[in-house]
Design a protein around this ligand. Structure first.
Ligand code: FPP
Length: 245
């Protein structure tokens, strides 16, 4: 698969990725799981660069779920350290490529070091408009929705919102991801075909793409394949084929 096979006028605006398979990749090679996460960061860099090249506007990466806090302490600590070092290391690249970094999730739960590094880079890149890169960290879609319900209920209680006025956009505007458009293409690596509590509201009309490759082996060519596959599909949004013509 090469870039010429891709229709440049139909690039998914928002790609979200469940980066799965780091642990298995390392285990297959006889290494500790953390080694897989380290290699996974190289893939992150390659895919971010590919998205910039292709003109993808939004890339959201599921880097750490709320459920991941239950992993062995050593793995959680290593992942947190890896996050700090990767974000720090990539800052110059984000300046060069005009990449804006944001994060969604229960960010307050993250260790101070991660929060501080994240804040520094979020602020430094806040004016950039090229690729909007979002990391989902300590993220749970159900928790996000519960928070939305609580926030809206509070506003109803305080007479800020009328129940009758609640619609899709009310929900959208209260999500962590309120500044992101709906996901167009959701990719999950490693052969698992699950959503795992990731952006349940935001993927309502996303095209789902599952590939067998483990995240550390995923590369630009695999991304091009996913986009090529996306471009072959007809997105009907509930309408008929004829209505779309
Ligand atoms: C899933 O693989 C991957 C994760 C839980 C962590 C993803 C993190 C990175 C790729 C590195 C840091 C990210 C950034 C954005 C710098 P898994 O451990 O569940 O794999 P398994 O299913 O084979 O066990």
């Amino acid at each position: 698969m090469t870039e010429d096979q891709i229709n440049k006028s139909n690039i998914p605006k928002h790609i979200a990725i469940i980066m799965d398979g780091n642990g298995r990749w390392a285990k297959n090679k006889g290494y500790k799981r953390v080694f897989g996460h380290q290699h996974g960061t190289n893939t992150v860099n390659e895919i971010v660069e590919a998205c910039v090249d292709l003109g993808v506007e939004y890339l959201t990466l599921f880097a750490f779920s709320t459920e991941n806090w239950q992993r062995p302490k050593y793995e959680v600590n290593s992942l947190m350290k890896l996050l700090v070092s990767s974000i720090k290391k990539e800052l110059q690249n984000m300046h060069d490529q005009k990449i804006k970094l944001t994060a969604i999730g229960d960010i307050d739960k993250l260790p101070e070091k991660v929060k501080n590094q994240l804040d520094e880079v979020r602020e430094a890149t806040s004016s950039y408009e090229n690729l909007k890169l979002t990391l989902a960290l300590s993220y749970s879609s159900r928790e996000e929705i519960v928070n939305v319900v609580k926030a809206i209920s509070q506003k109803v209680k305080n007479n800020v919102i009328d129940v009758e006025d609640i619609d899709h956009s009310t929900i959208d505007s209260h999500l962590y991801s309120h500044y992101l458009p709906d996901v167009d293409l959701l990719i999950r690596t490693s052969g698992e075909q699950r959503i795992s509590n990731f952006m349940l509201w935001q993927i309502a009309y996303a095209e789902l793409y599952f590939c067998e490759v483990l995240w550390p082996d995923f590369n630009k060519e695999h991304l091009l394949e996913a986009i090529y596959n996306f471009q072959k599909r007809e997105r009907r949004f509930g309408k008929t084929s004829e209505q779309l013509k």
